[in-house]
Ligand binder design. Structure first.
Ligand SMILES: *[C@@H]1O[C@H](CO)[C@@H](O)[C@H](O)[C@H]1NC(C)=O
Ligand SMILES: *[C@@H]1O[C@H](CO)[C@@H](O)[C@H](O)[C@H]1NC(C)=O
Ligand SMILES: *[C@@H]1O[C@H](CO)[C@@H](O)[C@H](O)[C@H]1NC(C)=O
Ligand SMILES: *[C@@H]1O[C@H](CO)[C@@H](O)[C@H](O)[C@H]1NC(C)=O
Ligand SMILES: *[C@@H]1O[C@H](CO)[C@@H](O)[C@H](O)[C@H]1NC(C)=O
Ligand SMILES: *[C@@H]1O[C@H](CO)[C@@H](O)[C@H](O)[C@H]1NC(C)=O
Length: 367
């Protein structure tokens, strides 16, 4: 996988946003570079993309092989001074987000960039666009884009970060910590189950994700085919590519806890997911024989997982329930971020979770 200039790829409608990501992220303490990495994926997918367990529990007759190479877009950021080679963070966005979830591409929300926050504390990161999303390859057939596809990409990139130079002059890293958000966390969970003892990830920080009961559908309002939602931009896409036109569930119910301009920006920069995203969330109810340290971070005001239930009130009880799925983890904890919503990076309290992520990364590397 050789990095090459993404300039030739910058032809989509998202160009302006992506270019501004780079300039915004290039603050005093952070040097950021866009890159495109060819990633080979050879996985078994369920023939039915709505299979609840994404193929993990399927027999051979209900699986098919996907053997493809995709271009994966990412933004690599590293502190401008005192680069560490002991650890890099691999950042995996959720449904309808892109790498920009970790660094909103506008000056106004500069202080809500996790990549900048982490750089200022000495940590490098690679924030990717999942396959099908943003500036990464978009397979013609949305049913090729499932958790098995995403997790194979993430594992390949983690191995790459540990064995090769991601960009000229950047040394391979000793540890790769995966930080996921929402469906990005489900991607890391899928990988933890599939790779088990062979996982190339040295720690997992799973944000905006709690166990989804087997077969339960996490229903979020407004999910629709992307081509019907925004014909001008997505009219030519397979209807299996989806998006959502109601993003209120991503924010706390209390409108005083985020900038009124953030949901506007969020709607303006939204991207797509696929029909597999929600049905396959039952992977979050399966146990993983993963041996690294694991932490889950969820906002107390997360309207998908916490509010309307007492689930997140008793952290000890929640931890006990979640821990069962990680029998071999080196350590396991659940942190409920007070006041934060589902997209905890996007509200006024983002500094709380940001500090938590940095503390966890440092703690995991020291283990
Ligand atoms: C394989 O799975 C399919 C779909 O779940 C099921 O219909 C079929 O009976 C299974 N076959 C075997 C041999 O278990
Ligand atoms: C899988 O893809 C690789 C790279 O494109 C190719 O060399 C290989 O022959 C493929 N394997 C099969 C079984 O199609
Ligand atoms: C997408 O791929 C699946 C599995 O190979 C196939 O069943 C389906 O017909 C394809 N859809 C389109 C629109 O080509
Ligand atoms: C969006 O969904 C919420 C429920 O999460 C609902 O209360 C609200 O009315 C919806 N907004 C629109 C514009 O449909
Ligand atoms: C985890 O390990 C146990 C004990 O070796 C085994 O029974 C189980 O099938 C494994 N689970 C997975 C998902 O690999
Ligand atoms: C960003 O700045 C605004 C305005 O000063 C503040 O209210 C908000 O808490 C800050 N957010 C973060 C994550 O620091």
């Amino acid at each position: 996988m050789l990095p090459f200039s993404p300039r030739t790829k910058l032809c989509a409608l998202g160009v302006l946003f992506h270019l501004s990501t780079i300039s915004v992220a290039s603050g005093q303490s952070c040097g950021c570079s866009p890159t495109i990495l060819p990633v080979h994926v050879d996985v078994l997918l369920p023939k039915d993309p709505t299979d609840p367990f994404g193929g993990l529990k399927s027999n051979a007759s209900s699986l098919r092989r996907l053997n493809e190479t995709y271009d994966v877009f990412g933004v690599f950021c590293q502190p401008t001074t005192a680069q560490r080679t002991d650890v890099v963070q691999l950042l995996v966005h959720g449904f309808t987000y892109t790498n920009q979830y970790w660094s909103p591409a506008t000056e106004e929300f500069r202080n809500q960039s996790y990549t900048n926050f982490a750089c200022a504390r000495g940590l490098s990161s690679l924030a990717i666009d999942l396959v099908g999303v943003g500036l990464s390859s978009r397979p013609a057939n949305a049913s090729d884009v499932q958790y098995a596809t995403h997790s194979a990409v993430v594992s390949q990139l983690a191995r790459h970060l540990k064995t090769a130079s991601i960009l000229p002059g950047v040394q391979p890293f000793k540890n790769v910590i995966g930080i996921g958000h929402s469906a990005g966390s489900a991607t890391l969970i899928f990988g933890a189950i599939a790779d088990a003892h062979q996982s190339p990830l040295d720690g997992l920080i799973l944000t905006g994700n709690l166990i989804v009961a087997p077969g339960a559908l996490l229903t979020i309002p407004g999910v629709t085919s992307a081509r019907d939602d925004t014909p001008l931009r997505w009219g030519a896409l397979d209807p299996g590519y989806t998006t959502t036109n109601n993003r209120s569930i991503f924010f706390p119910a209390d409108p005083a806890s985020f900038s009124p301009r953030m949901p506007m920006f969020d709607a303006f920069t939204k991207d797509v997911g696929t029909v597999a995203t929600f049905p396959q969330l039952s992977v979050s109810s399966l146990a993983a024989n993963y041996t690294g340290p694991v932490a889950k971070v969820v906002g107390s005001e997360d309207q998908g997982f916490c509010t309307g239930t007492d689930r997140c009130d008793d952290v000890a009880a929640l931890t006990a329930t979640e821990r069962v799925l990680w029998p071999e983890a080196k350590s396991f904890e659940v942190i409920v971020a007070p006041g934060s919503g589902h997209c905890m990076n996007l509200d006024f309290l983002a500094n709380g979770p940001f500090n938590t992520f940095v503390d966890l990364v440092n703690q995991f590397v020291a283990l």
